[in-house]
Design a protein around this ligand. Structure first.
Ligand SMILES: Cc1cc2nc3c(=O)[nH]c(=O)nc-3n(C[C@H](O)[C@H](O)[C@H](O)COP(=O)(O)OP(=O)(O)OC[C@H]3O[C@@H](n4cnc5c(N)ncnc54)[C@H](O)[C@@H]3O)c2cc1C
Length: 291
């Protein structure tokens, strides 16, 4: 997606790691219910004027570019909810964009921020065409974003499993190393087995995306992988912490950090409930459970 001019300006630098970008979608009253976003982009002569508030925008404190998701047609005037959303590319910093990092539980190497747009003026060519149909373009970003977070969940959990196994083989409490107890082996083996399945499912989602499958097809597999990987990941890190006993609670052994990190993936980029809603509705054919 995007014009040739936009691709040329941004993509090579992003690919080389020379340009950090962030994505401003979530709003204080529109997280799970993305289509309820209120940030408005209005045309004024040959410029766009953007006003609104975003929240949880990761990397906004240091990014030099931002993908802004805004309404060009307000929800009440849109013929359907998915219509009226447009995507814009903004260069940062800009004095009309205020960024305020939110103190948070984990992943503190990356700041997540409140962002406000106060009459942010962008040139006409900042819009990624077509106007009002940005939602469909966005879906091609949200599915890979889901896959990359699933990969993160699997990575964190595999590391936790590896470290737990190593530690359990050398830690003796009674006569034998604690790693010899099935009470510790079974839950870790179970979580690991599920993670391996989720990994394959995530590869399948990436393969479908690469071969140009529809966002629905990709979404089905990506959401299954995400839902399963996160549950198994939480279990894996939980049991890694258990293996480390009291030391699992100490900063020094990293397990408590992995615990904080894996729990983010329950909530972002999509919550577990919304991943399950997708499977229920679009894979199993249940009626949509929310309005
Ligand atoms: C650290 C962090 C980084 C983030 N980075 C970004 C970013 O870079 N860019 C960006 O745009 N956003 C970002 N987000 C936002 C993230 O995508 C949202 O937090 C997430 O989508 C959930 O929205 P919410 O927080 O408003 O929760 P809410 O929408 O208020 O949901 C609250 C709870 O209700 C449940 N719920 C809601 N509706 C239903 C339903 N129909 N059925 C069942 N359960 C339901 C949800 O699953 C959730 O558990 C980030 C969030 C965090 C925490």
């Amino acid at each position: 997606h995007g014009t040739e001019e936009q691709k040329e300006k941004y993509l090579p630098k992003i690919a080389k790691g020379e340009l950090e970008f962030c994505m401003a979608l979530t709003e204080p009253d529109a997280g799970t219910n993305t289509l309820a976003i209120k940030t408005r982009a209005v045309k004024d002569g040959d410029e766009w004027v953007i006003n609104g508030n975003k929240i949880w925008i990761s990397g906004a404190d240091r990014a030099k570019g931002m993908l802004i998701i805004a309404r060009t047609t307000p929800l009440e005037k849109a013929p359907k909810k998915t219509f009226g959303i447009s995507l814009f590319l903004a260069d940062l910093p800009n004095k009309a964009v205020k960024v305020n990092p939110i103190p948070k539980h984990g992943i503190n190497y990356s700041k997540s921020c409140e962002v406000s747009f106060n009459d942010l003026r962008l040139p006409e060519n900042a819009l990624i065409p077509p106007i009002d149909e940005g939602w469909y373009l966005l879906l091609d970003t949200l599915n890979p974003e889901r896959m990359s977070f699933t990969t993160a969940a699997i990575g964190i959990s595999r590391l936790a499993v590896k470290k737990a196994v190593e530690y359990s083989k050398q830690r003796k409490v009674f006569a034998d190393p604690i790693g010899s107890y099935q009470g510790l082996q079974f839950p870790i083996a179970e979580a690991f087995a599920t993670l391996e399945c989720a990994k394959l499912m995530n590869f399948k989602a990436a393969w479908l995306f690469d071969k140009g499958a529809s966002y629905r097809e990709v979404g089905a597999v990506a959401n299954i992988a995400k839902a399963v990987a996160v549950e198994a990941g939480i279990k894996a890190v939980y049991w890694a912490m258990q293996v480390f006993g009291g030391y699992g609670y100490a900063r020094e052994y990293d397990v408590e950090r992995w615990w904080r990190e894996i729990n983010l993936i329950r909530l972002a980029p999509v919550t577990q409930q919304m991943a399950l809603n997708y499977i229920a509705e679009h894979v199993l054919g249940f009626p949509k459970s929310y309005r």
